[in-house]
Design a binder for this molecule. Structure first.
Ligand SMILES: NC(=O)c1ccc[n+]([C@@H]2O[C@H](COP(=O)([O-])OP(=O)(O)OC[C@H]3O[C@@H](n4cnc5c(N)ncnc54)[C@H](OP(=O)(O)O)[C@@H]3O)[C@@H](O)[C@H]2O)c1
Length: 134
């Protein structure tokens, strides 16, 4: 099995997404730009698996120095992860993907940003304590 990790950013109440983008999209305050830069640094060279919308939002400059893999609801997490032995695999979202892959994640990297507006995608704290697979 690979080393399965997760990286995400949340607002003050667990906000994660709005209208298909990050809720704080376009905010150029240092905390927000540093978060995006950190995401690309930490995932560089590794595997990033996520839903189609999330993978689709990865900009061109970050597509060649990491392995991107789109996960579908009919794929078994065990089988997806088994394709990447000896790699570090980051689960990159969206929320349904974290729900499905949470039992396999051993390391969570959650950046809490100073955003308190609306959202239509939310962090679920139960992911952190999802029982082991099987
Ligand atoms: N704050 C953050 O750190 C962060 C990170 C990532 C995304 N986001 C935000 O989240 C939103 C995008 O996420 P999203 O969930 O809307 O779209 P998404 O990234 O496309 O993820 C949803 C897709 O995941 C696939 N999937 C894989 N395993 C699944 C399972 N077990 N059950 C159901 N679906 C599964 C499905 O694909 P199929 O329909 O093809 O089967 C589903 O359509 C955006 O607003 C984005 O900005 C935020």
């Amino acid at each position: 099995m690979p080393d399965v990790r997760s990286i995400c950013a949340i607002g003050l109440r667990g906000q994660m997404g709005l209208n298909g983008s990050l809720p704080w999209e376009g905010n150029t305050d240092p905390e927000f730009t540093a978060d995006v830069a950190r995401f690309f640094d930490i995932t560089r060279g590794h595997v990033l698996i996520a839903g189609e919308k999330t993978i689709g939002a990865i900009p061109d400059f970050a597509r060649n120095d990491r392995t991107l893999f789109v996960i579908r609801r009919d794929m078994q997490p065990e089988k997806v992860l088994a394709q990447f032995p000896d790699r570090v695999v980051f689960i990159g979202g969206g929320p349904v993907a974290w729900g499905a892959y949470a039992p396999f994640i051993r390391h969570w990297d959650i950046n809490r940003l100073p955003y308190d507006g609306e959202a239509d995608r939310w962090f679920d704290p139960q992911w952190l304590t999802a029982g082991g697979p099987g």
